[in-house]
Ligand binder design. Structure first.
Ligand code: NAD
Length: 281
């Protein structure tokens, strides 16, 4: 049976440590503050923003939310709001909750967020810095996964590490973070042939696809570390990951559950990035 990586507990520990740092900043007259922009009324996005607000409260970070109309908001209005927040010295971190409506250009919006306040790590300047190993804001989910490896003393050096998924927010930054720890990294995606053959060679398998229970026992090597980033809702309304947990757990050495795995760590690392932004001030 695998060791279950408890993301909920670990996130709690990260938040407690950040609270101490936050208090230190406050004693120096710096009040860390996060601005979140939500465009439209996507149900999941609202839940994510609520969770971020709650985590901010726990750490002691000020939180301000800008809710924009999903139909009427123009690109110019969105960009102007970001520019205003860039200039506001009381704000340390800016987050644009995705997805945003199709008529808006999210790439331009990410480009506009000042790299110094880009706590999601989506500005191309920060993406570039990550690629060449410079200090930057690492996007929160990959950052959370790396923190799990660190806390559970899972070494990446020399390991065969396979990532399934190549999104800009999870798969691609994970390539860099894992490479920087000297893993031998392979990336698989929807066009990969013989997927199971590749994944079953992995010492460490990270899955970020968005398909319920996609990774089955036969795709996993005995003793592998399995990190499940996926969040899927079944027809019965249950939240499950991309990994068939019940069966893969029997074969893995370590595994993350869903919920209670990577999800809480993502929010914790956002808090980490806001404190970092405020400290850099
Ligand atoms: P995405 O839709 O942007 O990308 C999915 C990736 O999976 C693509 O690169 C695609 O090539 C790959 N893929 C799809 N079908 C595949 C298949 N059959 N075989 C191999 N590869 C396949 O998704 P994303 O934004 O990276 O999110 C992935 C999952 O992670 C979703 O369930 C999402 O909800 C979840 N997620 C969780 C967190 C968290 O905090 N836990 C954060 C972000 C995303």
């Amino acid at each position: 049976m695998a060791v279950i990586i408890d993301g909920k507990q670990l996130a709690q520990k990260v938040r407690s440590n950040l609270k101490i740092k936050c208090d230190e900043l406050k004693s120096k007259g710096i009040n860390p503050k996060l601005a979140v922009i939500l465009v439209g009324d996507d149900k999941s996005s609202k839940i994510y923003v609520k969770n971020k607000n709650k985590a901010c409260e726990e750490v002691g970070i000020d939180f301000v939310e800008y809710i924009l109309d999903g139909e009427k908001t123009t690109q110019e209005e969105l960009i102007n709001l970001i520019k205003k927040l860039n200039e506001d010295k009381s704000i340390h971190g800016i987050l644009l909750q995705s997805p945003i409506p199709d008529h808006l250009d999210i790439n331009e919006a990410f480009r506009t967020i000042s790299p110094d306040k880009d706590v999601d790590g989506f500005n191309p300047v920060n993406v570039g810095k990550l690629c060449i190993g410079q200090d930057t804001f690492i996007s929160c989910t990959p950052h959370g996964v790396m923190k799990m490896f660190e806390e559970y003393n899972i070494k990446l050096e020399g390991k065969r590490l396979v990532i399934i998924g190549r999104s800009n927010i999870v798969g691609k930054p994970l390539i860099q973070t894992c490479l920087s720890k000297n893993a031998t990294v392979t990336v698989c995606h929807s066009k990969t042939k013989n997927l199971a053959e590749i994944t079953s060679q992995a010492d460490i398998l990270i899955v970020a696809i968005g398909r319920a229970k996609f990774v089955t026992e036969n795709m996993v090597k005995q003793g592998a570390v399995v990190i499940d980033v996926g969040i899927n809702r079944t027809q019965e309304g249950k939240v499950v990951g991309d990994v068939d947990f019940e069966n893969v757990e029997k074969k893995a050495s370590y595994i993350t559950p869903v919920p209670g795995g990577v999800g809480p760590m993502t929010v914790a690392m956002l808090m980490n990035n806001v404190i970092k932004a405020a400290s850099n001030n």
